[in-house]
Design a protein around this ligand. Structure first.
Ligand code: MN3
Length: 252
């Protein structure tokens, strides 16, 4: 049995991820609490979060150049976009990112589209960086998330297959997700930078526990058109202790 080691990094990332998520049935209670860490604070302040590891730390699975451009250019551009959109709309100080998503239908265009594209881009990438680690933790079979995944999908392998199928089936750019809903766990996918927190905008709403970026910018330098190879390699970077902490926060 492999018991996850709780070290400082794990603690910090778990604290951070709690502040990124609402609670099932609890509306926005998590968003009204002050951010627990600098990483969480950077998300609510629309700032680029530190990766917590070096650009080359995820090699050979994700290459350093991809990480550098993805974090420093793509993610930074989404932050610039949402910041400008909120300024243009006169929303100062800006609502929390979770409030922007949960009240999406109430915002007029072009702000609504900016929240989906740029706000979504900021949130999704913050969650994505935090889900990966150069020393990813695995979970023991009694972990509540493992039990729930097994009960829902049959096994961890069956879940991974379902998730990869969703990621492969997303035509063009988007994300595949594991989400917590009031009815249990589900796998879904969204186009562009949409995510399952966006009220009224997506096929399946829920709280994201894990997401994979399947935009070509996430993998093209190393994998070119081989999305399946990228997905398979990416599993080696997933820090399950973070995903489990998100699940615990979502159902708390
Ligand atoms: Mn991306």
């Amino acid at each position: 049995m492999n018991t996850p080691m709780i070290n400082r990094r794990t603690f910090l990332s778990q604290s951070a991820c709690l502040a990124l998520l609402p609670v099932l049935g609890g509306g926005l209670s998590a968003s009204t609490k002050p951010p627990a860490t600098a990483a969480a604070a950077s998300v609510s302040a629309f700032l680029l979060p530190d990766l917590g590891y070096a650009f080359d730390a995820l090699e050979p699975h994700i290459d350093a150049e991809t990480m550098q451009i993805h974090h420093g250019k793509h993610h930074a551009a989404y932050i610039k976009g949402i910041t400008k959109a909120l300024e243009n709309a006169g929303l100062q100080p800006p609502p929390s990112i979770l409030e922007l998503f949960s009240k999406l239908p109430e915002y007029p265009e072009p702000l609504r589209t900016a929240i989906r594209n740029h706000g979504g881009g900021h949130y999704n990438h913050s969650l994505f960086w935090e889900s990966m680690s150069p020393s990813p933790q695995v979970l023991n079979p009694e972990d509540p998330l493992v039990l729930e995944i097994t009960s829902t999908f049959g096994s961890m392998d069956a879940f991974r297959e379902r998730f990869a199928t969703a990621a492969m089936g997303r035509f063009g750019s988007g994300w595949a997700w594991l989400i917590a809903t009031p009815d249990g766990l589900a796998v879904t996918s969204t186009p562009n930078q949409d995510n399952p927190l966006m009220k009224g905008a997506v096929e399946a709403e829920g709280i994201p526990l894990l997401g994979i970026d399947v935009w070509e910018h996430a993998y093209y330098l190393k994998y070119q058109n081989r999305r399946a190879d990228y997905i398979q390699a990416w599993w080696n970077t997933v820090d399950w202790s973070v995903v489990s902490a998100r699940y615990a926060a979502a159902v708390a």
